[in-house]
Design a protein around this ligand. Sequence first.
Ligand SMILES: Cc1cc2nc3c(=O)[nH]c(=O)nc-3n(C[C@H](O)[C@H](O)[C@H](O)COP(=O)(O)O)c2cc1C
Length: 243
Amino acid sequence: MKVLAFNGSPKGEGGNTDLLLRPFLEGMREEGAEVELFYLNRLRIRPCNGRFTCWTKTPGRCVHDDDMTSLYPKLAEAEVWVLATPVYVDGMTGTLKVMLDRMIPLVQPYFELREGHCRHPLREGVKGGKVALVATCGFWEKDNFDPLLVHVRAMCRNVGREFAGALLRPHGGGLKLLLRLGLPLDELFGACREAGRRLVREGRIPEELERKVAEELMPLDQYVEAANAIFRAALEEGEVPDL
Ligand SMILES: Cc1cc2nc3c(=O)[nH]c(=O)nc-3n(C[C@H](O)[C@H](O)[C@H](O)COP(=O)(O)O)c2cc1C
């Protein structure tokens, strides 16, 4: 099984989203999946210019020749796409969205009806597979993922892929906090790994693992207090907060 993963965090490697993504992909590898991970902050991907030349003048080929060029065949082939992102202003990061906008050469310009809804047919050789989401957010509540979930599920219907589940970690700033305090997060990372294994074996992340990954790390008032203390100290020292 070919898996193509993107981390859309501008912080990229070592960020909160990466802390979940790594064991998840490890679990997939353990089950024999061929996994490729791209940190989008290291790639040069220009925004779509919206002129549809990839549909008309040069069908299937984007006018931009940048790092997206080599990603097209990988996107077309992969059975599973893993989209990893922190929540930015209630959605995915611009970095990830820019990449997704550039997928338009993979579909044809024509309209067709799928389940009674207008869609574009996939170009020949483009697989319809699955999409898994990995996301962290800074606020405490799990509902901060609601708009992102609606978006990613809609995108799946749009591009003819099946939504295969999500690893959502609210109060993501708590991860580094707990790690710094030396508190073990083995169960959480173990659940991410197991989710990867099960996705490969069963085609979906089981709901009990989704719940486990999203479990409360610390009470709301404690989190608010700790986050405020970190920001206060960072502000006083003119430092970058490690959250
Ligand atoms: C520009 C920006 C916008 C953000 N918007 C939200 C938001 O709307 N809701 C939220 O809960 N967290 C928000 N956050 C916090 C991040 O989602 C959180 O810190 C995340 O864990 C960072 O992941 P990373 O370390 O992988 O980049 C925002 C952070 C930034 C920098």
